[in-house]
Design a protein around this ligand. Structure first.
Ligand code: ADP
Ligand code: ASP
Ligand code: MG
Length: 473
């Protein structure tokens, strides 16, 4: 049996004609070594945001604004097509597909405008268009270079539930669909260029796997095909000690353990989607994070937790931040001893689909503090007021306090916080930088520590903690 490599390229790797050329040369190099290659790609960078902004304009009654977005989308892709594709045949084919997709976008926006709202299902139909366009461009360009490539809609490969905007795969059906569709192509040495981000329900409706979900698509397909390796190719040299946009002295980590990268990704490091790691864990798939634009440069290999040496384990590995968060505090002396307050609190958050990003509860049970993305904070507060209206009436709960504009800064390193020494240095460093820490929590496995700080202190906090990390490694 041939070994399969799945490579995923993110938005910046297909963000311009030049970037696409880099991606193509990566594919050509990989093809020399791997006869069976599956490529998963994102939308052109910025396109998913643009698509969603069009839907938002339409739902707020501004149909003209949505049509302007359609024009911008058309221009953005046409520029890449014109620079990249040489033959009339491929150019005409891709331009025709683009026209159809732009028309579909305009029709969807019109429907949203008429209804006056965009349902999660409609938003998935809209936001899936970016990947549906980009795969055609890349596949056509590869064909021009005599590489037998074909674009593939992942809605034919990934079966999901109907949890639109963050759909979950049904792995058994997905395995069957992916294998039936892709293995014959691989046997004929065809390179499938697969849309990231997209799945479909039993009834055939398009779903998406959540923002940044192309990594997850690649992980799902790698598992379904029992691939030997998965490469996530992005615009930085692998997983680094922090986001290089915040600290220019960030360094690449040669290796990182599964549980460390899950913590890091869940705590805001965009570099890879946490669900992508979750799905390939224990699957015997070698995972690499590489730089499309620096293929010979440093890269990160994700290793099993057991493969991390004891010395590595005691190190702080990386620091990251999750932004645009709100802290919500439920407070009241009457909360003491009332059964089920926590369950009801988080039940209320779940009902409005809020991701709870941090939880602190004092042992006196007189307050619960948690963080959610600011975008859903108002909805969570309303739902809490609904859930606890009796307790409010009886004054058992006195207030729901909200603090907006906070950032959760998390430092990770498995086993690190079994030693108290690092925590001491961390708080000293924050203190020296005049950072006010609003809250603190430690990961259950002792592999992370998070501090909540105000937005204005966020980058300083990351840099201060980062100095401790690069100082010891
Ligand atoms: P892609 O479009 O390829 O999926 P993303 O923008 O989603 O790429 O993720 C890559 C970005 O993640 C990098 O450009 C970098 O700024 C950011 N990032 C945040 N934290 C880290 C980290 N610890 N290591 C590497 N990159 C990070
Ligand atoms: N295009 C999608 C997004 O911007 C998915 C991805 O890039 O991973 O969220
Ligand atoms: Mg990404």
């Amino acid at each position: 049996m041939h070994k399969i490599l799945v490579i995923k390229f993110g938005g910046t790797s297909v963000g311009s004609a030049e970037a696409m050329q880099q991606t193509i040369s990566q594919i050509q190099v990989a093809r020399q070594k791997w006869s069976q290659l599956v490529v998963v790609i994102s939308a052109v960078s910025g396109v998913t945001d643009l698509l969603l902004s069009g839907a938002k304009l339409a739902s707020s009654g501004n149909e003209k604004g949505a049509y302007e977005v359609a024009h911008e989308l058309d221009e953005k892709h046409r520029r890449i097509i014109n620079e990249l594709l040489k033959s009339d045949k491929e150019k005409n084919f891709v331009e025709n597909r683009l026209n159809t997709h732009i028309q579909e976008f305009s029709s969807l926006c019109h429907a949203i405008y008429v209804l006056g709202e965009a349902s999660p299902r409609a938003l998935d139909a809209v936001s899936s268009l970016g990947e549906r366009i980009s795969v055609n461009i890349l596949a056509a360009s590869l064909r021009e270079l005599q590489c037998d490539a074909t674009s593939v809609l992942s809605s034919k490969l990934i079966r999901t539930d109907s949890y639109f905007q963050a759909a979950n795969p049904d792995m058994d059906t997905t395995r069957e669909m992916s294998r039936t569709h892709l293995l014959p192509m691989l046997e004929q040495q065809i390179v499938p260029i697969v849309t990231g981000f997209i799945g479909s329900t039993d009834a055939g409706a398009i779903t998406t796997l959540g923002r940044g979900g192309s990594d997850y698509s690649a992980g799902i397909i790698a598992v379904a095909l029992e691939a030997s390796e998965l490469w996530i190719c992005t615009d930085v040299d692998g997983v680094m000690t922090t986001d290089p946009r915040i600290a220019s002295n960030a360094k690449t980590l040669d290796t990182i353990a599964h549980n460390e990268i899950v913590e890091l990704a869940s705590a805001g490091a965009q570099v890879v989607h946490p669900k992508a790691i979750g799905v390939i864990m224990d699957q015997n798939i070698d995972l690499w994070i590489r730089n499309t634009f620096n293929p010979e440069g440093a890269a990160t290999r994700v290793v099993s937790d057991a493969d991390v040496s004891q010395t590595q384990k005691r190190r702080a590995k990386a620091v990251t931040a999750v932004r645009e968060q709100s802290l919500i505090a439920l407070e009241g002396r009457g909360m003491l001893g009332v059964q089920g307050i926590a369950a009801r609190t988080f039940g209320a958050a779940a009902r409005v689909r809020a991701n709870v990003t941090l939880i602190v509860q004092t042992s006196s049970e007189q307050s619960i503090l948690f963080a959610v993305p600011s975008i859903v904070a108002d909805q969570v507060v309303l739902e809490l007021e609904r859930e606890f209206y009796r307790e409010f009436e009886w004054n058992d709960i006195e207030a729901v306090n909200v603090q907006n504009n906070v950032v959760i800064v998390t430092v990770i390193g498995s086993g690190l916080f079994a030693t108290s020494e690092f925590s001491g240095r961390l708080f000293t460093a924050l203190g020296e930088n005049m950072v006010d820490v609003l809250s603190i929590t430690q990961g259950t496995s002792g592999g992370s520590i998070s501090v909540v700080v105000s937005k204005s202190d966020a980058d300083n906090s990351v840099r201060a903690i980062h100095e401790l990390i690069v100082g010891v490694s």
